[in-house]
Design a protein around this ligand. Structure first.
Ligand code: SF4
Length: 314
């Protein structure tokens, strides 16, 4: 891990190897909150067996409405070493995961790359997914470019003022678009194993209620730069949580949803997915629980309090 750390665009300079925590909340050690077979990802990621999601503690962004704030902002999770990380990956593989889905690991990319190489040497053969906010310098993809099969970045907004207000990162648009273009260079061609995506890029966008122009600009950018090279995933599961900073305090409504569908038609974006309207907080996880999600969405494999979970505890 570089020290002082300039790994992400935040470039906060924390002495992580000396045990200090950066803006992301993390030292040089890797912390994980949960690992599960997740059935709520996009169909080509979920497949039949579920996506082998591993949720890392910490985050380089400060989204005020983060649905995972227990782990992204509040430090829930525990340190794992290389051997335990490998055991988690192999347990996901043995339990039928379609892939290893690394959720928000940008702040530990160099150390994680070493862990992943070790897991590969111990028998991990599943495709690797990099599931990130895209708020990363080009260093993060560079550490992982020979390892990651599917890049799964967010593109949250292209509005710098909005990014400063909601994510504490006015440079988010510039950093995220640069990172996504690099990911497209690395894995621009979509490759499939039956219905499961095994190589390529999926760009995710979470629709913010009340900010239609932000979404429209993201869709236009996708049409200009990614259409035909990547899949789009439009997510409507925004759930009002937290307080302050004028954040949207309602769900996406039907009028907004209809407008989204019209823009997809107008921009001729038809490769991808659009989540159905979400009327409640059923997507909100609780990482205090052994299964942070509903049993319909997820099967727990490892938890920061319990470690590896046996088949009888599903
Ligand atoms: S990864 Fe963390 S410690 Fe490093 S620059 Fe970014 S926020 Fe700071």
């Amino acid at each position: 891990m570089p020290s002082p750390c300039r790994l992400c665009p935040r470039s906060c300079g924390a002495d992580r190897t000396g045990g200090k925590r950066g803006f992301c909340g993390e030292t040089a050690e890797i912390r994980i909150a949960a690992a599960s077979l997740h059935r709520g990802e996009e169909p080509p990621i979920t497949g039949r067996g579920g996506s082998g999601t591993i949720f890392f503690t910490g985050c380089t962004l400060g989204c005020v409405f983060c649905q995972n704030s227990q782990i992204s902002h509040n430090g829930m999770g525990r340190v794992v070493d290389r051997a335990e990380f490998t055991a988690i990956c192999l347990a996901l593989q043995e339990r039928g995961a379609e892939n290893i889905n690394l959720v928000t690991g940008s702040h530990c990319a160099p150390a994680l790359a070493a862990f992943l190489r070790s897991a590969r040497n111990k028998g991990l053969v599943l495709p690797l997914l990099w599931n990130s906010s895209a708020y990363e310098s080009l260093d993060a993809p560079a550490h992982l470019e020979d390892l990651v099969d599917v890049w799964l970045p967010d593109l949250k907004t292209l509005d710098s003022a909005l990014a400063g207000h909601f994510f504490r990162a006015p440079d988010y648009p510039e950093a995220a678009t640069r990172a996504i273009l690099r990911m497209l260079d690395l894995r621009g061609a979509l490759r499939w194993n039956g219905p499961v995506l095994v190589s390529g890029v999926i760009v995710r966008h979470l629709v913010l209620p009340g900010y239609p122009e932000s979404t429209r600009a993201v869709l236009q950018w996708f049409a200009n730069h990614c259409r035909g090279r990547a899949l789009l995933s439009l997510m409507t599961q925004y759930t009002p949580v937290g307080e302050g900073r004028d954040m949207p305090c309602r769900y996406v409504n039907q009028d907004e949803y209809d407008q989204l569908l019209q823009w997809l038609t107008d921009l001729e974006i038809d490769d991808g997915f659009c989540q159905e309207l979400v009327p409640d907080d059923s997507w909100l996880p609780d990482f205090e629980r052994i299964n942070p999600f509903s049993s319909a969405l997820s099967v727990p494999i490892w938890h920061w309090k319990a470690g590896l979970i046996g088949a009888c505890e599903k």
